[in-house]
Design a protein around this ligand. Structure first.
Ligand code: NDP
Length: 328
């Protein structure tokens, strides 16, 4: 049988962690033939809660779960990691300035990047979920000079899935009838969920909906502000859907995208589509042989150009701010 894959999860005692860990243990992250060892990282005051989650994982008697270790030291937690899911982050509290938020997260993602650089396995793949995800990923990546930059990614799969769900409802079709939806830019309110190239059963989505006002004024803000709508309804932030998207992101990364379709992920820009090289921005991507690649050669219409540029400008500002703070 296959050797277990080491999966490190940070913020393991949090809401997303609670939903995520059980799905990893059940085999949904890497497939039903791959045993996993969980390495959980928490801050010292949350280690006890992580131990409680680990007790419940034991009680699941998951056939694929080959072990659980809990750490409060990133060096140990990332040692030998094949997959790292960086979920724990410092949330924005009331009255907190963006600079303070970025600085607090720099204090988390810089040592984690260093620990990944020092001790992760050669095939390490990193997904950053904790917000501001794109810039946190950039911070970690910049402190891991020995790891190929493309191994650091940020999650926009939840935005992608939200876009699929909204379009499927509007069109009265199944999500599986839709292809080539894309999220561009930052995982923030400026993100651009694009249907420019999207297809429903082979036909162009924008032409089929034939309502530019709905696309611009309802669809885009509904996707971009879905997190706030869920907090409003549930009294808690979205967690299970975020965990589900994290599972999808890694599963696709490892197993590939289907022929004729793509997905969305925050990946290091190579300068494609005018996104400055080095920024971790969401693009339409395909996955093959364990690598995400930016879909090349798409025509970008005027509306899309403006939306992409606005979100990418925000990413560049965040990068400049963390650079000024000495975090990258
Ligand atoms: P959650 O598990 O709900 O969220 C964790 C992170 O994911 C937050 O940064 C959150 O951003 C982000 N996120 C990304 N997408 C979504 C989404 N769609 N919905 C909700 N959140 C999203 O937070 P908890 O407070 O429950 O748990 C965080 C845990 O992380 C705590 O146990 C804490 O101790 C731990 N932690 C661990 C660290 C470490 O291991 N070194 C460092 C810091 C914290 P947003 O805030 O914008 O919602």
């Amino acid at each position: 049988t296959q050797a277990p894959v080491n999966v490190t999860v940070t913020g393991a005692a949090g809401q997303i962690g609670y939903a995520l860990l059980f799905r990893i243990a059940s085999g949904q992250l890497l497939g039903a033939d791959t045993p996993v060892k969980l390495r959980l990282l928490e801050i010292p005051q949350a280690v006890k809660a992580a131990e409680g989650t680990a007790m419940e994982l034991d009680d699941g008697a998951f056939p694929l779960l080959a072990g659980i270790d809990i750490f409060d030291d990133p060096k140990q937690a990332f040692s030998g990691a094949n997959i790292a899911l960086l979920v724990g982050a410092r949330p924005r509290s009331k009255g907190m300035e963006r600079g303070d938020l970025l600085e607090a997260n720099g204090g988390i993602f810089k040592p984690q990047g260093e620990a990944i650089n020092a001790g992760a396995a050669d095939d390490i793949k990193v997904l950053v979920v904790g917000n501001p995800a794109n810039t946190n990923a950039l911070i970690a990546q910049s402190h891991a000079p020995d790891v190929p930059a493309e191994r650091f990614t940020a999650m926009t799969r939840l935005d992608h899935n939200r876009a699929l769900a909204q379009l499927a409802k509007k069109l009265g079709v199944a999500v599986t009838d839709l292809k080539k939806v894309a999220i561009w830019g930052n995982h923030s309110a400026t993100q651009y969920p694009s249907v420019q190239h999207a297809e429903v059963n082979g036909k162009n989505v924008a032409e089929t909906i034939n309502d530019q006002a709905w696309l611009a004024d309802t669809f885009i803000p509904t996707v971009a502000k879905r997190g706030a709508a869920i907090i409003e309804a549930r009294g808690l932030s979205s967690a299970a859907s975020a965990a589900s998207a994290a599972i999808d992101h890694v599963y696709t990364w490892v197993n590939g995208t289907p022929e004729g379709d793509w997905t969305s992920a925050g990946v290091v820009s190579d300068g494609s589509y005018g996104v400055p090289e080095g920024l971790i921005s969401s693009f339409p991507v395909t996955a093959k042989d364990g690598k995400y690649e930016i879909v090349q050669g798409l025509e970008i219409d005027e509306f899309s150009r403006q939306r992409i540029d606005a979100s990418v400008a925000e990413l560049a500002e965040e990068r400049d701010a963390v650079r000024k703070l000495g975090l990258i």
